[in-house]
Design a protein around this ligand. Structure first.
Ligand SMILES: Nc1ncnc2c1ncn2[C@@H]1O[C@H](COP(=O)(O)OP(=O)(O)OP(=O)(O)O)[C@@H](O)[C@H]1O
Length: 315
C-alpha cells in the first residue's frame, strides 16, 4: 500500500527500557506521507513512549527513527520544526484566553505579528471557537479544549501531526468533530500518527493500524487485513431455490437454512476463499441472489492479539 509515497515516519528496531522494564522491544514503523497511521494498544503497551521518541522528547536506547527525513536523535531541531504534537495533557495555557494561546504559538513559531493574527482568526473560525476566543480554556468543554489544542498545533503548519489519544474522554459528538478535523487535515496532505485505545477510532480513521502489546508490534495492516487475522468470518449466500440449499451447504462445508434460503460458510473473506466459493457455485449451476461477506470486527482482533478487552468509548 502506498509504496510509491515517500515515508513521513520511519522507525527501525526501536528499543526503550526503564531499569529492568523493557518498554519497547524492537519496534518498526513506516508511515507514508499523507496517510493516517494508528498505533493501537492497551494501557501501558508503550504507545506514549513511542510517540515521545518520535517527537524527540525522550531518546531511544536502540534503533533509529526518521521523521520527514530527519533523524530524531541527531537532528531533533529539524524534526521539531516539521511536526505538531497534541497530547493527553494539552499544551493549552488555562489562564490565557483561547485567542492569546494561539497568538503565543504564532510567536513561538516566529510567524510575525500580522501572520500570527491572520492565522489565529482563520483557525478560530475553522474550529468553531470564535465565540469562545475571549474566554480562558478553563471554561471550555472537553471538545473545545481538544479543538483549541489541535488549532495550536496547526499554527506551525506541520507536515506530520502526532495525536496522542485525541478523543479520550470526549462524548460521541465531540469525537466525531475531531474525526472530521483529522480527515480534512489528511485530505490537505498532512500525515497523522494517531494513538488510541478505541478500536472504533482506528477503524474509522486509519489507513494502517499497528497493534502494540507489551512493547512489540503484534500485528499490522489495514483495518480489513487485521479483521481477517482472527477466525469468525463467514460468507452468507442467499439462493434462489430451497431444494439447492442442502447440496450447496454440503459441498462448501457450510450451514444451510432451507426456510431462509441461506447458506453460511466459514471464510476469512480473502479473494482466494471467495473465488473458491464462486467456482463451486458455478460448477453446481446454482443461482445465488445475494452474497455477503462478514468479517470479524476489530474488537475480536484486539482481544485475540492482546488478551485485553478493548477500551469502550463511553459518552
Ligand atoms: N519515565 C518512566 N519511568 C519508568 N517507567 C516508565 C516511564 N514512562 C513510561 N514507563 C513505563 O512504560 C510502560 C509503557 O508506558 P506508555 O505510557 O508508553 O504506555 P501507553 O501504551 O501509552 O499507555 P497509556 O494508554 O496508559 O498511556 C508502562 O509500563 C510505564 O509504566
Amino acid at each position: 500500500m502506498n509504496n510509491s509515497k515517500p515515508l513521513a515516519i520511519q522507525a527501525r528496531d526501536l528499543t526503550k527500557s526503564y531499569g529492568d522494564n523493557a518498554v519497547l522491544g524492537g519496534v518498526d514503523i513506516e508511515v507514508p506521507e499523507g496517510t493516517i497511521f494508528s498505533l493501537l494498544g492497551p494501557n501501558g503497551a508503550g504507545k506514549t513512549t513511542t510517540v515521545n521518541i518520535l517527537t524527540t522528547l525522550i531518546p531511544a536506547n536502540g534503533g533509529e527513527a526518521f521523521v520527514n527525513g530527519a533523524n530524531v536523535a541527531h537532528d531533533a531541531d529539524a524534526v521539531r520544526k516539521s511536526i505538531g504534537v497534541t497530547g493527553q495533557f494539552a499544551a493549552v495555557d488555562g489562564l490565557l484566553t483561547g485567542r492569546e494561546n494561539l497568538h503565543l504559538m504564532g510567536r513561538l513559531h516566529h510567524l510575525g505579528k500580522r501572520e500570527t493574527k491572520r492565522r489565529t482568526e482563520e483557525l478560530l473560525e475553522r474550529f468553531d471557537l470564535v465565540e469562545a476566543a475571549k474566554r480562558a480554556p478553563a471554561t471550555y468543554s472537553g471538545g473545545m479544549k481538544r479543538r483549541l489544542d489541535i488549532a495550536m498545533c496547526l499554527m506551525g503548519d506541520p507536515k506530520v501531526i502526532f495525536l496522542d489519544e485525541p478523543t479520550t474522554g470526549l462524548d460521541p459528538s465531540g469525537r466525531r468533530v475531531v474525526w472530521s478535523i483529522v480527515r480534512e487535515l489528511v485530505k490537505a496532505g498532512t500525515t497523522i500518527f494517531l494513538t488510541t485505545q478505541y478500536l472504533e477510532e482506528a477503524d474509522e480513521l486509519a489507513d494502517k493500524i499497528a497493534v502494540l502489546n507489551g512493547g512489540k508490534i503484534v500485528a499490522e495492516g489495514t483495518p480489513e487485513q487485521l479483521k481477517r487475522l482472527v477466525p469468525g468470518g463467514h460468507v452468507n449466500l442467499r439462493l434462489a431455490r430451497a431444494d439447492q440449499v442442502a447440496r450447496i451447504a454440503q459441498v462448501l462445508a457450510g450451514n444451510g437454512d432451507t426456510d431462509q434460503l441461506t447458506v453460511q460458510i466459514p471464510s476469512d473473506g480473502s479473494v482466494d476463499s471467495l473465488r473458491k466459493i464462486l467456482d463451486t457455485i458455478d460448477r453446481e449451476g446454482v443461482q445465488v441472489d445475494e452474497l455477503t461477506v462478514h468479517t470479524p470486527d476489530l474488537d475480536d482482533v484486539f482481544l485475540s492479539l492482546t488478551g485485553h478487552v478493548p477500551a469502550q468509548a463511553t459518552a
